[in-house]
Design a protein around this ligand. Structure first.
Ligand SMILES: [Mg+2]
Length: 168
């Protein structure tokens, strides 16, 4: 670490971080509820339920696409409160489907603690887990906004630096 750098210079040097929610963004929690006929709370209390859930179509490819664009991608998920095996099951899901993120898993009830200006949070329920306090840009997933839209937007965000050095 270069301690001679100003905090501003250090921030400019680091990669932009993208925090990605799990349920409804990369994990098809809703499809599991539909398939099993269980309620939200029943699913959360069912040991191993997470391991039966499918990825949202296109999500794994999209997350890897973001990594390929040079972003630092983190999983940011709110745990089923007070159900410790569900915390473990969520981590197991990531290890199974996105093992490259095994050191980038944040389980928190307060996503407002994460990131800084310039970073992104992709979440389908921004009224929960204090997402409104996230210091960067919140990308609301769902309700017509899918992974193709998110990728298009973040591809544009990633481009300006490259575009600026391209010959006319
Ligand atoms: Mg969610």
């Amino acid at each position: 670490m270069d301690f001679n750098k100003s905090p501003e210079a250090a921030a400019a040097d680091r990669k932009t971080r993208i925090f990605v929610d799990m349920d409804g963004v990369i994990v098809d929690f809703g499809a599991f509820m539909t398939d099993t006929g269980l309620s939200d709370d029943e699913v959360k209390e069912l040991p191993g339920a997470y391991l039966e859930m499918s990825p949202i179509p296109g999500a794994l490819e999209a997350v890897r696409g973001l990594i390929g664009m040079g972003y630092e991608v983190w999983i940011a998920t709110k745990p089923p409160t007070g159900i410790p095996y569900a915390y473990a099951d969520k981590v197991s899901w990531i290890l199974q489907y996105l093992p490259e993120l095994k050191r980038r898993i944040i389980i928190t009830h307060d996503k407002g603690l994460l990131g800084g200006p310039g970073d992104f949070l992709i979440d389908d329920q921004p009224h929960k887990a204090n997402c409104e306090r996230f210091a960067g840009t919140l990308i609301r997933f769902g309700r017509g906004v899918g992974w193709a839209d998110v990728l298009n937007r973040l591809r544009r965000e990633a481009e300006p630096v490259c575009a600026a050095v391209e010959p006319a």
